[in-house]
Design a protein around this ligand. Structure first.
Ligand SMILES: [Zn+2]
Length: 171
């Protein structure tokens, strides 16, 4: 039981995220930054995508900007993952920390984004996902959404095999 308790926070965080195939399609087929899509993407990654914020007093004589809807101080709404590679990289660092390689290739007709985990000593690749779009940010974002989709599926499969997790699926 103690092992489960220690991983609970992570379980909940993963459980709050889900990736629909239509979302990946929307990211890959569009162009440039898209504010509506941007919000859906943040929700899919399970990070705060709310708009309303307020200031809250914090310990070191200042104020923190906090989300008025979920209380998170980890605000992502200013991030623009459909138009900014920096924003996509922040999402990788946050949600796919096991990835140790990411980038994009400019091909004649499209951009191919990729995110992978390479096992350096073994000279092998543990996994890799690709995305295809007109811009680097969208191509890399699509690759990340596929990686996260697989991660969530593996997580759900592992949970369903675990007898301790019986009952979780009903919720
Ligand atoms: Zn929020």
């Amino acid at each position: 039981m103690s092992e489960r308790a220690s991983t609970k926070g992570r379980d909940d965080e993963l459980a709050s995220a889900s990736i629909r195939p239509e979302l990946i399609e929307r990211v890959e087929s569009g162009e440039g930054a898209d504010k509506d899509l941007h919000r859906v993407v943040l929700e899919a990654f399970g990070v705060c995508a709310h708009r309303r914020t307020h200031k809250e007093e914090c310990d070191n004589d200042g104020y923190d900007l906090v989300c008025s809807d979920c209380g998170s101080s980890d605000l992502w709404l200013g991030m623009n993952p459909t138009g900014s590679l920096d924003a996509v990289v922040s999402l990788i660092e946050r949600k796919l920390p096991e990835a140790n390689c990411h980038g994009y290739d400019l091909m004649p007709k499209e951009v191919v984004g990729y995110v992978s985990r390479n096992c350096i000593p073994a000279g092998e690749r543990a996994w890799m996902h690709e995305g295809y779009a007109k811009t680097p940010a969208r191509a890399l974002l699509a690759a990340c959404l596929r990686a996260l989709q697989t991660k969530l599926k593996e997580h759900a499969d592992a949970n369903s095999k675990n007898p301790l997790s019986e009952g979780r699926e009903r919720s």
